[in-house]
Design a protein around this ligand. Structure first.
Ligand SMILES: *[C@@H]1O[C@H](CO)[C@@H](O)[C@H](O)[C@H]1NC(C)=O
Ligand SMILES: *[C@@H]1O[C@H](CO)[C@@H](O)[C@H](O)[C@H]1NC(C)=O
Ligand SMILES: *[C@@H]1O[C@H](CO)[C@@H](O)[C@H](O)[C@H]1NC(C)=O
Ligand SMILES: *[C@@H]1O[C@H](CO)[C@@H](O)[C@H](O)[C@H]1NC(C)=O
Length: 399
């Protein structure tokens, strides 16, 4: 394949020669998949539209998933890796366990993307696009997502435990967490506006509604009815009491009225440095939208893996090396189920289907086409009949 080097990139490269030209290699581009997967954005948008229509909260969940990916060693899809017998990833870190949601939505999008352009688009990029689409679908601003991230082959539970701010963080702590990712106080204040959608668990706002002084007493009393001082940890409350599923600037109006749900929210309007900005956003949706979109792009740029670093994971939950070693890990949509006996290729239309293999691993297949090498099956067999057969799952050669 001929490699053409754009003139401008070459010039930058020469200038940056002493620095190893790493700035060029690390750049993301909005046209990265233009030739390789031209329908990518519409595939992601269509799956996100369905997910958000099913459950508006999913827009917030995917946005948070992206945030929790980016803040832990960069936007590299590391949060998506499942734990296994030899590996403990980020999913069960304190800030993620029992609270990060949307992994199945990412799986669905990935399956649809793989069906259109296999082994091409990273899970990290899918997440970046899905997060943007969720915001847009709930009425928020749009922005151009830079692409070209690759996926991590590992993850760090300890980094997830130490790099993410929590609901009890003070303003000073929040500023430090964000500064560690080269995000300034304005980015912090704008990105916190993500809490104009989504919900939080009682365990995460209990202390604020019982112990803090900077909260409207009526608001606190209302919340206390569903979030007792002990028990009911998982009871949910909307982060934005006014418009819980609309991406707007009501979050900032809430802060001005001392009706932020989390301690960390109200810290942004607590007589200190961010008050003026919170007031500005509370009365100016356009200013908030512009700053939020800009800060999302900055967050999406945190330490991407590019070039030959990382990999294009085939299954967002598993590194590719794992897949090759274990022939039962066929959880992507394009795989071959080998049934005993003589083989004819058979194409079968499937909707979303959950299969259980003999070892009890479940496969979620989100595909229009399941490629089967089947023995004597006819095209109109029942799926349950196949499941009753001994299924041996093998990866096709280039997979
Ligand atoms: C607290 O909120 C209630 C109702 O939402 C409102 O009537 C009251 O004025 C607020 N209290 C203060 C001190 O702002
Ligand atoms: C567990 O997952 C990690 C990360 O994907 C991978 O490196 C490792 O090989 C996996 N181990 C097993 C036993 O599958
Ligand atoms: C399956 O098909 C093969 C030929 O394709 C045939 O020889 C065999 O008898 C068939 N088995 C059954 C159970 O129908
Ligand atoms: C990906 O697509 C290429 C080209 O169509 C094909 O040769 C290859 O087998 C596919 N890989 C998988 C895993 O489906």
């Amino acid at each position: 394949m001929a490699v053409t080097f754009p003139r401008r990139a070459l010039a930058v490269c020469l200038l940056a020669l002493l620095a190893g030209c790493s700035t060029v290699a690390g750049q993301l581009s909005s046209t990265f998949y233009k030739k390789k997967c031209s329908n990518l954005e519409s595939i992601v948008l269509s799956a996100m539209t369905q997910a958000v229509n099913n459950e508006p909260r999913m827009g917030a969940s995917i946005l948070r998933l992206f945030f929790h990916d980016c803040f832990v060693n960069g936007c590299d899809g590391s949060i998506l890796l499942d734990d296994n017998t030899t590996f403990t990833g980020e999913k069960n870190a304190g800030p993620n366990a029992n609270s990060v949601r949307g992994y199945d939505v990412v799986d669905t999008i990935k399956a649809n993307v793989e069906a259109a352009c296999n082994a091409t688009v990273s899970c990290a990029d899918i997440l970046a696009l899905a997060a943007r689409d969720g915001v847009v679908l709930l009425g928020g601003p749009t922005w151009t997502v830079k692409l070209g991230r690759r996926d991590a082959t590992t993850a760090s539970q300890s980094a997830a435990n130490s790099n993410l701010p929590g609901p009890g963080s003070s303003l000073a702590q929040l500023r430090t967490f964000f500064a560690n990712k080269n995000l300034n106080a304005r980015d912090l204040t704008a990105l916190s506006g993500a809490h104009t959608i989504g919900q939080a668990r009682c365990v995460n706002f209990r202390s604020h509604i019982y112990n803090d002084a900077n909260i409207n007493a009526t608001f606190a009393a209302q919340l206390q009815q569903s979030c007792p001082s002990s028990g009911g940890d998982d009871t949910l409350a909307p982060l934005d009491l006014q418009t819980p599923t609309a991406f707007d600037n009501a979050y900032y109006q809430n802060l001005v009225a001392q009706k932020g749900l989390l301690h960390s929210d109200q810290e942004l309007f607590n007589g200190v440095s961010q008050e003026a900005l919170v007031r500005r956003y509370s009365t100016g949706a356009a200013a908030f939208n512009a700053d939020f979109a800009g800060a999302m792009v900055k967050m999406g740029n945190i330490s991407p893996l590019t070039g030959s670093n990382g990999e294009i994971r085939l299954n967002c939950r598993k590194g590719n090396a794992e897949k090759q070693r274990n022939s039962l890990l066929c959880s992507l949509m394009q795989f071959r189920v080998q049934l005993k006996s003589e083989l004819n290729l058979l194409l079968v239309d499937l909707g979303n289907l959950k299969l259980n293999n003999l070892d009890g691993i479940s496969w979620i297949i989100n595909s229009d086409i399941l490629e089967l090498e089947a023995g004597n099956l006819s095209a109109d067999f029942e799926i349950s009949e196949i499941l009753n057969l001994k299924i041996e799952c093998t990866l096709s050669e280039n997979f």
